[in-house]
Design a protein around this ligand. Structure first.
Ligand code: HEM
Length: 139
């Protein structure tokens, strides 16, 4: 990712913080529409589902930090997700749900440059997590 993309994501993260609960709900609901088979992995509690969405967004942004500690979070999380039964197709659905919710919430502020930056970040994390779990990462 370019330094400009990193800056764009950090700025958008600050802007999303006040609306994080709505964003997380929107993302979760869209995700389970796209991947209904993954619903059971999250359990039935709406607050926990929301927290998992926020954990994901926070982990994505934290992985921009070049310190190995933050980057290894993604690798460790990849193992954990594989143990939970998260499939490569779920990662694709989650990426789509995330972009869809950003578009809905940010409207015109979700510029093509910002979208490309988030896509690049998500794709990097997804591929790292799948690779750590020994799964093909051809997405
Ligand atoms: C790049 C994409 C993703 C990132 C960065 C990410 C990150 C995280 C993080 C940081 C947590 C909390 C800490 C942990 O339990 O490891 C978490 C939990 C969780 N994630 Fe993800 N996640 C991603 C994609 C997904 C996808 C596609 C699913 C699909 C089912 C998923 C399902 C879950 C579940 C069920 C939990 C809760 C685990 C538990 O209850 O212990 N995640 N995720």
């Amino acid at each position: 990712m370019t330094p400009e993309q990193v800056d764009l994501i950090r700025t958008s993260f600050d802007a999303m913080w006040p609306i994080r609960r709505d964003l997380a709900d929107l993302c979760y609901n869209r995700f389970v529409e796209l991947a209904p088979d993954a619903r059971s992995l999250f359990g039935g509690d709406a607050e926990k589902q929301r927290m998992k969405m926020l954990d994901m967004i926070i982990a994505l942004v934290a992985s921009l930090d070049e310190r190995p500690m933050f980057q290894s979070l993604i690798t460790l999380s990849g193992h954990k997700h594989a143990r939970l039964g998260v499939q490569p197709s779920h990662f694709v659905a989650m990426g789509e749900a995330l972009m869809w919710s950003f578009e809905r919430k940010f409207g015109a502020f979700f510029t093509p440059e910002l979208r490309d930056s988030w896509r690049a970040l998500y794709a990097t994390a997804q591929n790292e997590m799948l690779r750590a779990a020994g799964r093909p990462s051809s997405f």
